[in-house]
Design a binder for this molecule. Structure first.
Ligand SMILES: Nc1nc2c(c(=O)[nH]1)N[C@H]1C(S)=C(S)[C@@H](COP(=O)(O)OP(=O)(O)OC[C@H]3O[C@@H](n4cnc5c(=O)[nH]c(N)nc54)[C@H](O)[C@@H]3O)O[C@H]1N2
Ligand SMILES: Nc1nc2c(c(=O)[nH]1)N[C@H]1C(S)=C(S)[C@@H](COP(=O)(O)OP(=O)(O)OC[C@H]3O[C@@H](n4cnc5c(=O)[nH]c(N)nc54)[C@H](O)[C@@H]3O)O[C@H]1N2
Ligand code: SF4
Ligand SMILES: [Mo]
Length: 753
């Protein structure tokens, strides 16, 4: 183990990927003197949101990044980037970076620096002791959609196949679980069908519970490039930045979505405005859906969703008149108590109107984190590698044979979901927790409870870039991780495009990439031999290709990282057989791929109307709407809505708060958006301090008076700690995704509270 450690630490101070990039002038001419060499550049996919912009990295003489600018020649961002992308290097230099492992000293309760051998030995000894006393399954991990696929796959595989654990989930549950399940049930595989060119090729775009103008600014720029004068309909209780730019804002009542979309479906079917031929050839379940909808006339739905029957019919007419209609959804849909059915109510609309598989169409879930799509396929958390199932014999056998392990290493059961892991901690079933690249003490729903749970854990390991996150501060052991830009690997963006992220900076002190940390833990645990061939992210990428073979996400036609770079990223599927292109058919393929908007570079699914279900047909799925589990009442009269506050803030702020530029672009302290009428009634002044209270906790915040929120509703951004003391832990029954967007609160002036 010491040899591996020495090697890894040496590698960490050794060359960066960027230094292996040739500088112009080096080709065959020998190295030109440094002072004459034009600055070298490389590029890397952004590590914030799932848009997956490519950033040009300008390198200094020592090969490390000195600046970033957007890449022009990339089919995603076409020369654009949002403020986070421009500022992506700044968080790397923050003073609170974890630079050595830190271990809590039981005598004084302080986190104290230790060396890697001691940290690893402690990790292994404490986790194994817990397993010995309480069973193999008494340890769990919580991870992320923000590290490369190769690292997630290593974490999930090491934990389940090497360490004998079963329960692991990630923040993707907070974010994309609904889309994952909705697609799987409806299409037979978790397969977002679209490509970003669809933003430009639609003549009607319907955004539901999505605020791309701030959450996915470059996707929004793609909408702005649409030359068809499209109708843009935004369904959101708030008049968001996106709603302000839309042609129509539908100010739906919170949680009214299922009523609205059933009402629209009813209106379409009643007036015969559907694509019968598509429905008959490519779907199942239509007849029972139509019968079910009898009760959902626009008149019946109107009072339940806050949209008039006339408007419901009007929306149906707009959708029916559109030649290419696309439906886009994000967290306003995914984070709800009946979210899977809401997502499917949009899928149903696309199916019954035949808006799928053609340019500018689709039922399109927009992804959140840079690699949530990688996590959905390869995290090995709640589904087995490659979108497989732990419960299927054949799937386990396939994975075992590809990885060269005995099948005995592969659990036959599914992991608990995030909320079940949290319950498990409460019950004492989980005693050791390993948190990688997520900050649940801030982001988990009703986190007041998470904090109490800390005391139930015998051992909490936090693997993060920083020592100061809410979760790291509670840890027994902090493992110092390299961040975006300090390591390499691949991300899969929202439109299924796989792109490479590069090492262009050195991690500080003894921080190591998550990949290297996992290699060390595997060795220290005693299962290093199983992962002998997992020698680098790119080696693991080759295994990922094999795991994809014959699956809907087949990428066996991608040669290696260089191929991805040359091609401008490649969307799955890209099987070996694709258009006769083979991994070796070199340059001509790549130049074809580089043609902007060529058929190869912008690919959507289901052009042939065949879905991934056994009979090739999409499923129309539905259920009656249910009331939200916590509704406003006399004591807690407001709906609390939460979400993204600005394009300059990222989640719990551990990265974006480190940039002065980004901090100038967003409010520094927590605020609550409240309608001026409500404020007036409650005697709340603009900027005055108020207390927002729910049954679970309270939060002091500055009042931001704005008519963008409707009377009776308030909005608090998720970026400040404390918001999740308020939220109510309700979960969708299919996806187990938390319902962050609706609970009941009271608001009062602070001097009265
Ligand atoms: N700047 C920035 N960008 C980000 C992120 C970030 O933290 N900062 N995070 C990334 C991640 S991980 C994600 S998941 C995405 C999230 O991206 P979005 O989902 O677009 O952002 P949110 O603000 O969470 O939620 C979207 C909207 O849902 C609305 N909503 C609330 N309740 C309802 C309802 O009942 N019905 C409907 N129809 N709408 C409702 C909210 O008012 C909100 O405007 O953003 C990604 N991009
Ligand atoms: N109220 C409310 N709560 C929400 C939401 C909401 O809309 N409302 N949205 C939910 C959603 S959609 C999401 S995605 C979650 C996000 O919630 P989190 O995942 O908890 O938020 P982040 O701040 O992104 O946390 C990522 C952590 O990983 C660390 N990190 C970054 N890069 C690396 C790396 O390469 N390696 C390692 N080891 N660590 C790294 C960062 O420092 C940070 O501590 O929040 C959820 N919580
Ligand atoms: S839009 Fe997303 S991927 Fe593009 S630069 Fe901004 S944060 Fe990065
Ligand atoms: Mo997310």
């Amino acid at each position: 183990m010491t040899t591996t450690l020495t090697k890894l630490l040496r590698a960490h101070t050794g060359p960066m990927t960027s230094e292996l990039v040739q500088r112009p002038g080096e080709f065959g001419l020998g190295r030109i003197p440094e002072r004459l060499a034009p600055a070298a550049v490389t590029h890397s996919v952004c590590g914030f949101c799932a848009t997956g912009c490519s950033l040009k990295v300008h390198l200094g003489a020592d090969g490390s990044a000195i600046n970033l600018s957007p890449q022009v020649d990339y089919p995603v961002n076409l020369g654009m980037a949002c403020p986070k992308g421009w500022e992506a290097l700044t968080p790397l230099a923050a003073p609170d970076r974890a630079t050595t492992p830190l271990l809590r000293n039981p005598l004084n309760g302080q986190l104290e620096p230790v060396d890697w051998p001691r940290a690893l030995q402690t990790f292994v000894a404490r986790m194994k002791a817990i397993q010995a006393a309480h069973g193999k399954r008494s340890i769990a991990f919580l991870s992320t959609g923000q590290i490369p696929t190769e690292e997630m796959m290593f974490l999930g595989s090491l934990f389940k196949f090497g360490m004998g654990g079963l329960h692991g989930d990630s923040n993707t549950r907070q974010c994309m679980a609904t889309a994952h399940v909705a697609y799987k049930q409806a299409f037979g595989f978790d397969a977002p069908p679209y490509t970003y060119a669809d933003f430009e090729e639609s003549d009607v775009l319907v955004f539901v519970g999505a605020n791309p103008a701030i959450a996915h600014p470059i996707m929004w720029q793609r909408v702005m490039r649409n030359r068809r004068s499209p109708q843009i309909i935004v369904v959101d209780p708030r008049r968001t930045e996106t709603a302000m730019c839309a042609t129509r804002h539908v100010a739906i009542q919170p949680r009214g979505d299922l009523w609205l979309f059933y009402g629209i479906s009813h209106a379409l079917i009643a007036r015969g405005l559907i694509d019968r031929a598509f429905v008959e050839t490519h779907t199942t379940g239509f007849e029972s859906f139509a019968a079910f909808l009898d009760d959902y006339t626009p008149e019946a739905c109107a009072p339940r969703c806050g949209v008039s029957a006339e408007d419901i019919r009007d929306l149906a007419s707009i959708i029916a008149a559109g030649k290419a209609v696309s439906f886009w959804w994000t967290m306003g849909v995914n984070q709800g108590h009946e979210s899977t059915r809401v997502a499917q109510s949009l899928i149903n609309l696309a199916l019954i109107t035949g808006n799928i598989g053609r340019p500018g169409t689709g039922a399109n879930s927009i992804t959140g984190q840079c690699n949530a799509m990688g996590s959905r396929l390869y995290a090995n958390a709640t589904s087995l590698l490659g979108g497989r199932s732990f419960e299927e014999v054949q799937h386990r056998a396939d994975v075992a044979s590809i990885l060269g392990f005995s099948e005995a290493h592969i659990p036959r059961e599914n992991s608990w979901a995030y909320d079940q892991i949290i319950d498990g901690i409460e019950r004492g079933a989980i005693r050791g927790l390993w948190v990688v690249a997520t900050n649940p003490a801030h982001s988990w729903i009703n986190h007041g409870r998470f904090k109490a749970l800390r005391d139930r854990l015998e051992f909490l390991v936090v693997q993060d870039m920083y020592t100061t996150t809410e979760t790291a501060r509670a840890a027994d052991l902090i493992l110092p991780a390299a961040g975006w830009g300090e390591k390499e690997g691949t991300f899969i963006n929202s439109e299924r495009r796989i792109g490479v992220t590069r090492k262009v900076a050195r991690a500080p002190g003894q921080a190591l990439s998550d990949f290297a940390i996992l290699q060390l833990i595997a060795q220290a645990w005693g299962c290093g031999e199983m992962f002998r061939t997992w020698s680098s992210p790119e080696a693991v990428f080759q295994t990922i290709k094999e795991l994809s073979r014959g699956r809907p996400c087949d990428i066996t036609g991608i040669r290696d990282y260089a191929h991805l770079d040359e091609a401008g990223g490649i969307q799955w599927p890209w099987p070996e057989t694709r258009n006769g292109l083979t991994p070796d058919s070199a340059n001509s393929d790549h130049s074809a791929l580089r043609t902007p908007h060529s058929a190869l570079q912008e690919r959507r699914l289901f052009a042939d109307g065949r879905f991934f279900t056994a009979d090739g047909r999409a499923r129309i799925l539905f259920d009656p709407p249910r009331p939200a589990p916590e509704m406003p009442d006399e004591t807690f009269p407001f709906w609390l809505n939460t979400g993204r506050g600005s394009s300059a803030q990222w989640h719990t702020g551990t990265r974006t708060n480190k940039s002065d530029v980004l901090r100038k672009l967003a409010p520094r302290s927590v605020y609550v958006e409240i309608n001026p009428e409500d404020a007036d009634r409650l005697g709340i002044e603009p900027g005055g301090t108020v207390v927002v209270r729910s049954r679970r906790g309270g939060l002091r915040a500055a009042a931001l008076l704005t008519a963008t929120v409707q009377p009776g509703q308030v909005f608090v951004p998720m970026h400040f700690d404390g918001v999740n003391q308020l939220t109510f832990p309700a979960f969708d029954p299919h996806s187990r995704q938390p319902s962050y967007k609706a609970c009941a609160v009271a608001v009062e002036r602070a001097d009265e509270g």
